[in-house]
Ligand binder design. Sequence first.
Ligand SMILES: Nc1ncnc2c1ncn2[C@@H]1O[C@H](COP(=O)(O)OP(=O)(O)OP(=O)(O)O)[C@@H](O)[C@H]1O
Length: 258
Amino acid sequence: MNEVDRKLTVDCESLELTRGLKNVLREINCTFKPSELTAVIGPNGAGKSSLLQCIAGVLTPESGQITFDGEKAHKLPATQRARLGAYLPQSEMPAWSLSGANLVALGLLPWGRPRDRETRVRRAMAMVDAQAFADRPVTELSGGELRRVQLARLLVGQAPLLIADEPTAALDIRHQLQLMQNFRRLADMGKTVILALHDLNLAARFCDRVLLLQEGVLLAGGTPQAVFTPALIGEAYGVSCKFHWRDGIAEFVPLEVL
Ligand SMILES: Nc1ncnc2c1ncn2[C@@H]1O[C@H](COP(=O)(O)OP(=O)(O)OP(=O)(O)O)[C@@H](O)[C@H]1O
């Protein structure tokens, strides 16, 4: 089966990770399924990026294991792992002034040089409204423009698993919505999508599931309705807040620092 049709379940079992002197992931157990769009949320330093980096294979947990459809992820050859999971880090500055299209094409490297490379690059750039940057040096783009090109690089491949760390952070509201609609559509097509997000409104509106991390501990996991309660958000972030729900769309109102 090629990656286009492949559906992938990711299991994290008892993950423990130390960075510096800090235990940044503690006994993390969670599963990510095909067709599910999951938001990983939590305050700064909670361990969101660390968890995504473990799943992407950038970091190796000290104990516990990550499996892709039951196979130990760390035992997979690097190319196979890259074909199964595409990852966009939280921030990254381009080292060379590649054109936008060439940077996007880097996302196809795990598949060699597919014959329809140019069509795929064009399609991925259109998904994030980045066609205008195809011939521009990426070192000359604004923060949000560069982010859209990097997002196209994430989307250009055929990996069944998409992992993106704060993908909406640099984007204006139109492009935030467009991107989340794309992630929703890709999940509906069977992809397993994991996003670290700070925007609780976007998480509530588009995601099937939310994992709430605090100091490396999984404080809660479930539907947005289950996790987005003033009690849980207050405990994790130290703020009082309200959620107004209308037709499945949440309006999050932060009130005061507790
Ligand atoms: N390279 C590193 N060396 C030592 N400690 C690190 C390193 N990178 C991250 N940490 C620490 O690990 C903890 C978790 O960091 P992580 O980046 O996973 O948090 P996060 O939830 O993604 O935060 P943010 O919302 O600020 O991006 C933090 O306390 C951070 O200071």
